[in-house]
Design a protein around this ligand. Structure first.
Ligand SMILES: Nc1nc(=O)c2c([nH]1)NC[C@@H]1CN(c3ccc(C(=O)N[C@@H](CCC(=O)O)C(=O)O)cc3)CN21
Ligand SMILES: CC(C)C(=O)C(=O)O
Ligand SMILES: [Mg+2]
Length: 273
């Protein structure tokens, strides 16, 4: 019941992520959006926790990450930081909070840091957002990049298909990764790109790469916690490994509760005052 045995219980830092790459120690990350889940995820030994804007899908039932607001992200992120003792906590900057202009981006980044208590922020995109990334870094806020499938741009691309299969897009991804690393990002998420390309980026950039659907050569992996626990039905991309079937476990437990209430089995005398 102890989860993965963590030998080093100190709070994980962005510097530690860099050290782990240098030592070849793989980095494990999961998302969380609430206090109760984040407490379990942290205690089980994950190195990093992302408050993903996938909360828009997983928590709120929207079909994309587009509608989630800064206020909603801060609410989720505060709930997570209230629980986490060890993992590095990274918060997604939501769509609209950094794309319009640099100053907006920096102000929103500062606000999320102040109000959520998280350790770092993640922004989607490459050279298009490089000035904003630099300014946020200048403000003393660690930034994680995110390249490949960037769900905040779904309306531009139209599909969630694998990215950077063609040479031109692969070249752009490589130069984006190098630019983000050079600007000072402490890590880069690579989402749904060919394993070969992710391996090349991982070899060429000095900062850790965290993959989701990017093969086994990245410095770390990330999954959406509700997906890997088998709570989300109807989301089955090939990169997803299900480590539990919580959907069945919850359905059975809730069905038993309903039966017990209907049959007046619950509550019994020892459960009453
Ligand atoms: N529950 C959940 N898990 C995620 O990993 C996640 C979210 N939500 N929401 C935000 C983004 C969107 N993500 C996605 C969305 C779709 C695919 C995907 O592979 N979809 C289809 C294929 C689509 C296509 O080829 O056009 C699939 O095979 O399931 C992958 C990642 C990752 N993120
Ligand atoms: C899938 C990860 C990388 C993410 O950005 C999210 O959960 O929002
Ligand atoms: Mg995200």
């Amino acid at each position: 019941m102890a989860g993965y045995l963590v030998s080093d219980t100190r709070k994980v830092t962005t510097h530690r992520f860099m050290e782990m790459k240098q030592k070849g120690e793989k980095i494990s990350m999961l998302t969380s959006y609430d206090f109760t889940t984040a407490g379990i995820v942290d205690a089980a030994g994950v190195d990093g926790i992302l408050i993903g804007d996938s909360a828009s899908n997983v928590m709120a039932g929207n079909t994309t990450t587009i509608p989630i607001t800064i206020e909603q992200m801060i609410y989720h992120a505060r709930s997570v930081t209230n629980a986490v003792k060890r993992a590095l906590v990274v918060c997604d900057m939501p769509f609209g909070s950094y794309q319009a202009d640099c100053s907006d981006g920096v102000r929103n980044a500062i606000r999320i840091m102040k109000e959520s208590g998280c350790d770092a922020l993640k922004l989607e995109g490459g050279v298009e957002i490089l000035d904003t990334v630099r300014r946020i870094l200048d403000a003393g806020i660690p930034v994680m990049g995110h390249l490949g499938l960037t769900p905040q741009s779904i309306n531009k691309f139209g599909t969630y298909a694998v990215r950077a299969k063609e040479e031109q897009e692969a070249d752009k991804l490589m130069s984006d990764a190098k630019a983000l690393a050079e600007a000072g990002c402490f890590a880069i998420v690579l989402e749904k790109v060919p394993a070969k390309l992710a391996a090349m980026v991982t070899a060429e950039v000095p900062v850790p790469t965290i993959g989701i659907g990017a093969g086994g050569a990245t410095d770390g992996q990330i999954l959406v916690v509700a997906d890997m626990l088998g709570m989300t039905k109807g989301f089955s991309p090939r990169f997803l490994r299900r480590y539990a079937d919580l959907n069945s476990i919850m359905t059975d437990a809730i069905g038993n509760y309903v039966s017990d209430v209907k049959s007046s089995d619950f509550p019994n005398e020892s459960e009453s005052y």
